[in-house]
Design a protein around this ligand. Structure first.
Ligand SMILES: C[S@@+](CC[C@H](N)C(=O)[O-])C[C@H]1O[C@@H](n2cnc3c(N)ncnc32)[C@H](O)[C@@H]1O
Ligand SMILES: [Zn+2]
Length: 266
């Protein structure tokens, strides 16, 4: 009996009678992957010509390790995730200690004054959400989120330091989950290319991990549980928050399957 095959976008199994070249379980999954590829410079870098151009600019093409941290934002851990506040100083120190070729950290715009002094030399990029301010809020309302980018490959063509994209509409209910347009832009901001490894430190729905797996195909995607990568977490000791971090990062297979929601995540 032939082994069952899994959809290239979500964890559903393909129908047993699916053709050998079928990759997706549904039109929805196929279209999500297509939209991601269309938005991403990584897909462009896959083409031979672009690869050669990258090589000529002297950029290091060797596969490298990158990280993305999307923790509960400052002041929102309890309200959104019923969790303790993340120790951003420890998180940033562990990102630095892990010697990634580049890393990026999502943060609320109103926490930048607190977070940026903790970071090494960086760029602050903006994900602008074309949404209105709530009529119930007072004064300035958060309509953009910051992406702090450290290191990475400086590839041609250049990448805009802002993104205009709606928040994720599908993909479940997790507050702060990222849309596919954001994922594609994130990889471009870091100058990632096929063969690179992505360490997704706060996977949530898993959409970022999934998006990189789809774009890079040949790439290894890990949810890194090593102390060097997780930094402040230590499975055997520490506060509830640290234990929680270790749980989330330590065993991807024990997390709820992000699958069914992923197909809708854009
Ligand atoms: C902003 S969300 C990540 C969203 C994810 N990038 C996505 O697009 O689906 C933050 C995630 O961190 C998890 N989390 C909360 N506290 C944590 C902790 N101490 N350690 C690790 N993860 C934590 C939350 O449950 C949530 O899933
Ligand atoms: Zn699918």
């Amino acid at each position: 009996m032939p082994a069952s095959r899994t959809c290239a976008w979500c964890p559903r199994e393909l129908r047993p009678d699916a053709r050998s070249d079928t990759r997706f379980c549904s039109r929805r999954c196929r279209q999500a992957a297509f939209r991601l590829r269309r938005r991403s410079g990584v897909a462009v870098a896959r083409r031979g010509r672009a690869q050669r151009r990258v090589a000529r600019t002297g950029v290091d093409d060797t596969p490298a390790r990158f990280a993305y941290a999307d923790p509960p934002y400052v002041g929102r851990a309890q309200r959104w995730y019923r969790d303790e506040e993340i120790d951003h100083e420890a998180l940033i120190a562990s990102l630095e200690a892990s010697r990634y070729a580049g890393w990026a950290l999502s943060a609320a715009a109103d926490s930048l004054a607190e977070i940026t002094p903790l970071c090494p030399p960086h760029r602050v990029c903006a994900w602008v959400k074309p949404i209105g301010a709530s009529t119930r809020s007072f004064g300035l309302h958060n309509c953009w989120e910051a992406l702090i980018v450290v290191g990475g490959r400086q590839r041609r063509p250049g990448v805009r330091d802002w993104l205009l994209a709606q928040p994720a509409r599908g993909g479940g209910e997790l507050p702060g989950r990222k849309p596919l347009a954001f994922c594609a832009w994130l990889f471009d901001c870091l100058g990632m290319q096929p063969g690179d490894q992505l360490v997704d430190l706060f996977p949530g729905t898993g959409v970022v991990t999934r998006a990189w797996a789809e774009l890079s195909l040949a790439t290894t995607v890990v949810t890194d549980a090593s102390p060097a990568a997780t930094g402040p977490s230590d499975p055997s000791s520490g506060s509830g928050s640290r234990r929680r971090m270790a749980q989330v990062l330590g065993d991807a297979s024990s997390r709820p399957n992000p699958g069914t929601a992923l197909a809708e995540a854009l």
